[in-house]
Design a protein around this ligand. Structure first.
Ligand code: MN
Length: 245
């Protein structure tokens, strides 16, 4: 019999919030290990400076746990978020986690499902979209990755501090998805009935229509105050679940 498929995003795992890492590792062993598949839809890590950071003391137990999971019967897929888009093949090799494109159209239980991190849908945030275009260019990334790990971490620390200041000044509407961008994405993929994304930290289920086609947009929650995941059960039904911490 087919088992569950789980979706998570926006854990923002980092050294400064060790509690969430513990909650995640327990959840991985107890819940995710029972599932057929786990989709991590971006911002798994608060930041990722490059795959040479895999040896950091903070990262090693997380990578080890992912590897254990993929060695059992759970397929694990990872999509880049805006924080961890430098995760590459070495990470995949070490963990058995399969990197997937953003967006990804897949079929589950005979139903088409569109997956995306969600940052590309926040088109009202013009300065962010410009930044995104810059850092997603292969040339920018290879220049960045040619620096030492210490230099990259210093750059990221500055960018994170800047982003915190900017976020506090931006209106909250600007940091949500743009309805036209959502409609366009759905249209480009020939109207899948389900869209799942994270990034906005506004977990919810929105029913809407694009050109007369019904679509449900499921927004995943972050892991700041509690753990949060979406479960597709063996009948293809989606249920949002939280994990108290
Ligand atoms: Mn994000």
């Amino acid at each position: 019999m087919q088992g569950d498929t789980l979706f998570i995003s926006d854990l923002h795992l980092c050294e400064s919030r060790p509690n969430i890492t513990s909650v995640f590792l327990v959840w991985l062993a107890e819940v995710a290990a029972q599932a057929d598949a786990l989709y991590i839809l971006g911002d798994f890590f608060e930041y990722w400076a490059g795959d040479d950071a895999m040896q950091d003391d903070f990262h090693r137990p997380i990578l080890h746990a992912l590897h254990q999971l993929t060695q059992q019967n759970t397929q694990v897929y990872l999509m880049h978020g805006n924080r961890d888009f430098l995760i590459r093949e070495a990470f995949s090799q070490a963990t058995g986690v399969q990197l997937i494109a953003d967006p990804l159209l897949t079929v589950m239980h005979g139903q088409r499902i569109l997956l995306t991190h969600g940052d590309a849908l926040c088109t009202d945030d013009v300065s962010y979209i410009a930044f995104r275009e810059q850092v997603r260019q292969p040339a920018w990334q290879s220049t960045f990755l040619s620096q030492s790990l210490a230099e990259r971490k210093a750059f990221i620390a500055q960018a994170r501090a800047r982003s915190e200041v900017e976020k506090s000044q931006k209106e909250s509407m600007i940091m949500d998805v743009n309805a036209d961008a959502v409609a366009q994405l759905v249209r480009e993929h020939d109207f899948p009935p389900v869209l799942i994304h994270g990034h906005t930290h506004r977990p919810d289920r929105h029913a809407f229509n694009v050109d007369g086609h019904a679509c449900e947009r499921w927004v995943l929650g972050d892991w700041y105050e509690q753990g949060s995941y979406l479960k597709m059960d063996n009948r293809g039904h989606l249920v949002a679940e939280t994990i108290p911490t």
